[in-house]
Design a protein around this ligand. Structure first.
Ligand SMILES: [Zn+2]
Length: 203
């Protein structure tokens, strides 16, 4: 069954930047549902980037990845996403991360650095300079830096893998009552418990 879904269809959005990247894959349809990936084309990635301009700390205009190098940029982004998924899973489980995944994030983080310079007149807004001019590398370095912040900072303690059966999403337990990635998952689990209880009662 062909299913079309876009970044706008992500069931959980507006979490930490790194979670919003990993959560671009999700299951639609519950326990026996279908795994959906909304980052399938460079244009999808452009949409995700535009949606996260703030957390990515991007100036206008947004870099576009939907060009000749788009497929390679997408592949590199997805590779980083999968390393991040495994790192989030390990952190949520209290397990040791794979050395290769740590190395992947560190390599992306140092692939591009940026700094500010004085403009020639010595006044006015600072000039932003980058050690690389490839937009895909700039973006991956931003995501990697955000991942380092997340996994070494206080939010790490809040990181959870959603416990709803069949769900693959991550969230930050931003308040003590948050037990699921979304109200959708909470409702699904409550409905399943309810019908299980009723079928037990009838027996
Ligand atoms: Zn969930």
């Amino acid at each position: 069954m062909a299913t079309s879904a876009s970044v706008q269809d992500m069931p959980v959005r507006g979490e930490h930047l790194v979670l919003d990247l990993v959560n671009t894959t999700f299951v639609r349809g519950g326990l026996r549902g279908q795994l959906i990936d909304v980052l399938r084309t460079p244009a999808d990635l452009d949409e995700w980037v535009a949606d996260h301009r703030g957390p990515l700390d991007l100036a206008e205009p947004c870099p576009t990845l939907d060009g000749p190098d788009g497929p390679a940029a997408l592949a590199a982004f997805v590779e980083l996403r999968e390393a991040l998924r495994r790192l989030l899973r390990a952190a949520a489980d209290g397990a040791a991360p794979a050395a290769a995944d740590v190395a992947a994030v560190n390599s992306a983080a140092r692939a591009c650095v940026d700094w500010i310079e004085l403009p020639p007149s010595g006044e006015g807004p600072p000039l932003r300079r980058f050690s690389c001019d490839d937009p895909s590398t700039v973006l991956r370095s931003r995501v990697a830096r955000a991942a380092v912040d997340l996994l070494t900072g206080p939010d790490r303690e809040l990181l959870r893998a959603c416990p709803a059966p069949g769900c693959v999403l991550f969230y930050l337990r931003s308040h003590p009552r948050r037990a699921w990635c979304s109200t959708g998952c909470g409702t699904r689990v409550r409905v399943a418990r309810h019908s299980r209880r009723h079928s037990t009662d009838r027996r």
